[in-house]
Design a protein around this ligand. Structure first.
Ligand code: NAD
Length: 284
């Protein structure tokens, strides 16, 4: 499977990160969003990621320029996916939205195209059932920030063709990622473990066990986690984490995944973490 053109749907936190990394390593990339200001914002954010890469001598100015030249933005989903070899969807974590989008992508993309979702927790098999090509659908779960995080979790749906898993692994490796392969279980490996820790940290904060800083230090200094669970929740986005834990609670039933009250309250108040400047911490 010769993959040259990657179309990324959703220009938010994850979409622009995936698109920037793919263009950087040599793929032709189209970044699509329903909202043109998000497309422009995504392309600008990629420019900033490249500039930081150049400043830190992780890439040269020439590589940054080549990366930018392989990238374009669009709000026309049908036209963008018509020449796609691989489509990676990164829109909000809602099943009906993802299913409706996969139906549209399936109708417009060439038969050979592989369709991937960056979902953090939703069943790939259910997303794939909105298409006529379930064997060519899988999960490609990247981590934030995409340019930095070394993991790619590949999720095998009930009907995913092993050759499609192998093609996605080859793309992941070219993107510089180490791949793990997991079955289509709720929350896969990463979100299930990460949400369990994050939820407990939020409940402890709400109960006044310790300050946000000290709860995070318990894990960074005591357990060598690179980032504490509350700072990580801010980085991922509180709305994103709420949607994931609601899904895991429905699927698994365990109280571990019952959404913490404080998480619901903060999301209702628009305190979504870094992207809004306020979460468990305050950002400029
Ligand atoms: P986000 O809210 O930052 O971005 C989503 C983007 O999708 C927005 O720009 C929005 O305009 C766009 N969008 C909405 N509907 C669309 C449509 N029909 N067509 C095209 N674009 C559309 O979300 P995010 O944090 O990037 O998360 C995206 C996905 O990635 C979710 O499934 C999430 O669970 C997953 N994920 C997130 C993280 C994280 O750290 N934020 C990490 C791994 C996986």
């Amino acid at each position: 499977m010769d993959i040259q053109h990657i179309v990324v749907i959703g220009a938010g936190t994850m979409g622009h990160g995936i698109a920037g990394q793919a263009a950087r390593v040599g793929y032709t990339v189209t970044l699509v969003d329903v909202d043109n200001t998000r497309v422009i914002g995504g392309l600008d954010a990629i420019g900033r990621i490249y500039a930081k890469g150049v400043a830190r001598q992780k890439m040269t100015e020439a590589e940054a320029e080549q990366g930018r030249s392989r990238l374009k933005g669009s709000t026309n989903l049908g036209a963008a996916v018509a020449s796609a070899d691989l489509v990676i969807e990164a829109v909000p974590e809602h099943m009906e939205l993802k299913r409706s989008l996969f139906g549209q992508i399936d109708a417009a993309a060439p038969d050979h195209a592989i369709l991937a979702s960056n979902t953090s927790s939703l069943p790939i098999t259910e997303i794939a059932s909105a298409t006529t090509r379930a064997p060519r659908v899988l999960g490609m779960h990247f981590f934030n920030p995409v340019a930095v995080m070394p993991l790619l979790e590949l999720v095998r749906g009930e009907f995913t063709d092993p050759a499609v898993m192998a093609a996605a692994r080859a793309v992941g490796e070219r993107l510089g990622k180490t791949c793990i392969e997991v079955a289509d279980a709720p929350g896969f490996a990463t979100s299930r473990l990460g949400i369990a820790l994050g939820n407990e940290a939020m409940r402890m904060f709400e109960e006044g066990v310790a300050s946000a800083e000290d709860i995070d230090k318990a894990m960074t200094l005591g357990y060598r986690h690179p980032i504490g669970p509350l700072a990580l929740t801010d980085l991922v986005g509180l709305d994103v984490r709420l949607a994931i834990t609601e899904h895991l609670h429905r699927e698994i039933g365990s109280d571990t995944f019952r959404p913490p009250r404080i998480l619901k309250r903060m999301v209702r108040a628009g305190k979504l973490g870094r992207k809004t400047g306020q979460g468990f911490y305050t950002y400029d």
